[in-house]
Design a protein around this ligand. Sequence first.
Ligand code: ADP
Ligand code: MG
Length: 357
Amino acid sequence: MSFKPISEIGEFGLIERLSRIAAPTLKNKPALVEGIGDDCAVYRTGGTSVQVSTTDLLVEQVHFDLLTTPMHHLGSKAISVNVSDVCAMNALPEYALISIAVPKNLPVEMVEQLYAGMAHAASRYGLAIAGGDTSSSPSGLVISVTMTGQAPEERLAYRKGARPGEMVCVSGTLGGSAAGLKLLMRERSIMIDLLRNNETYDKDVMAELQEYSEAIRCHLLPEARIDMVRFFQEAGIVPTAMIDVSDGLTADLRHICRRSGVGAHIDEGRIPILAQARTIADEFQDDAVAWALGGGEDYQLLFTLPKERYDDIAGNREISVIGEILPEEEGMLLTDIFGMTIDLEESAGGFDHFGEQ
Ligand code: ADP
Ligand code: MG
């Protein structure tokens, strides 16, 4: 038997193979509305609403670095990224189970700070931390959050409902998280150099970070767009398809396109980029649009709506219409600010846990 390195098939290739192995377990489950493949699993529990559930892992050195991440922020983020998946179904969160694997040398106070951040975020989102599991970890800190939520079945938004001619919309701004991460990584290397040379951390560097606190906040303390779920409810809107932008606009739009069997056209000039991300990109001689497309971790909602619903969203300044859904054979396209059209299918886009970074 020959062994294939995971990097050959990538994260999504691996999930696809594992889904095939798990598929038989999904049979004869009439209450299951949606199994693997969307932001949450969906199942009926007998009441008027359906339940959704999701789980996300945060692994030290993969998702966070303790040199640049305060514990309180990390706890809040662990909750927010799961709430974001619940919101991506147009549902509201209810309960969370928290599992942690903790290195033996981590002080109790730090774990308490992590939980204070989780409890604070949970209260803001109106959900209860109802259990979990605790273990030691031989290497880094690992946090796994599993969350359930609920919504009336007719209000659910899947990745699969987009149709040609519909508007592609996104909430808030993109690119902020990648910009914040760039700054934090630069600070980290400065910090490590100083520590190596037994020097103290330069206060001026901290002052510069203060100036960019919005981008850093986007990275360390993202907010799930539960306000958008409430807005959809008040406006009587159900997005025809929806996903949260965790992997980057290109990769997440691709998920909607694949699941819906459609293509899409995005107008670069309409992508809402965090102003501070543009300033930071200039400083790094990088491209904030590329961060929006491929950076990920912005946790905004990307969704589609029929054009007739434009008036319902026109007054909401948190929503940008960035493009249109096309028939599948037209592919995924981006027209840049110079009017050049680029094939988004060919650009890699998005974070692959097993790819070459
Ligand atoms: P998200 O970015 O919204 O959290 P992922 O890309 O992590 O979604 O996962 C895509 C889909 O694959 C989801 O439906 C998720 O439940 C499923 N999935 C991911 N990893 C596994 C796994 N190891 N086993 C079963 N299903 C998985
Ligand atoms: Mg998601």
